[in-house]
Write a protein that binds this ligand. Structure first.
Ligand SMILES: Cc1cc2nc3c(=O)[nH]c(=O)nc-3n(C[C@H](O)[C@H](O)[C@H](O)COP(=O)(O)O)c2cc1C
Length: 190
């Protein structure tokens, strides 16, 4: 396997730390939306984390997936959860994205919450929301891929928050000049 890096090709055999950094930077060129995934474990309060590995997977049956890091504090809770909800964030929700990417905070403090399927905490003000029943879990290196069957969803208007190159961004119509970045500091906790 190899990746192009500033015109030169970087091989990735044993991936020493410097190569990991370059690989991560290269992977970061792939722009994604930003989501918060929440769950309500039986043995703890609500859990949630900012996630950009979310992807649609199948329409029939309706399946989505995301990857949870084995280093996340909430890892065990998400892997054992029977239900979880994916919130596709709007540009106004960048502060929430930062909050839910910070381990050790009381992430839900002061937020208006509704209870979804399985008691999963639901956030307001998103572009879209998918309430899922856990369908499969696949071990994948330092992550586990969680597949969920969409049991309920909603879509609202609004511009979606984007993540690319370690920065939050907003999209503008390509006919109006391409990408705009907010100049935010690099996020190193992905
Ligand atoms: C834009 C962005 C995307 C992220 N995507 C993921 C992801 O897909 N999977 C993951 O496990 N962590 C992801 N993270 C990191 C987690 O949000 C972060 O480690 C969080 O603190 C984990 O919560 P916990 O340790 O309280 O469980 C992302 C962080 C950012 C800023």
């Amino acid at each position: 396997m190899s990746v192009r890096n500033s015109g030169k090709c970087t091989r990735v055999p044993g991936t020493t730390p410097p190569q990991l950094r370059e690989l991560r930077d290269a992977l970061g060129m792939f722009a994604t939306g930003v989501t918060i995934v929440t769950a309500r474990p039986e043995t703890s309060g609500p859990v949630g984390m900012t996630v950009n590995s979310f992807s649609s997977l199948s329409l029939d049956p309706p399946l989505v997936l995301w990857g949870v890091s084995k280093r996340a504090r909430s890892f065990e809770f998400f892997v054992s959860a029977l239900h979880w909800a994916v919130h596709v964030l709007s540009v106004e929700q960048e502060p929430l994205a930062r909050r839910f990417a910070t381990a050790g905070l009381d992430k839900f403090a002061g937020l208006p919450l509704a209870a979804g399927l399985g008691g999963v905490p639901l956030l307001d003000g998103c572009c879209a929301r998918f309430e899922c029943r856990a369908a499969a879990a696949h071990d994948a290196g330092d992550h586990v891929i969680l597949v969920g069957a969409v049991e309920r969803f909603r879509r609202d208007d609004g511009a979606a928050l984007v993540f690319r190159g370690g920065k939050f961004a907003i999209t503008v119509d390509s006919t109006q000049g391409g990408w705009q970045f907010d100049g935010a500091a690099r996020q190193d906790n992905m």
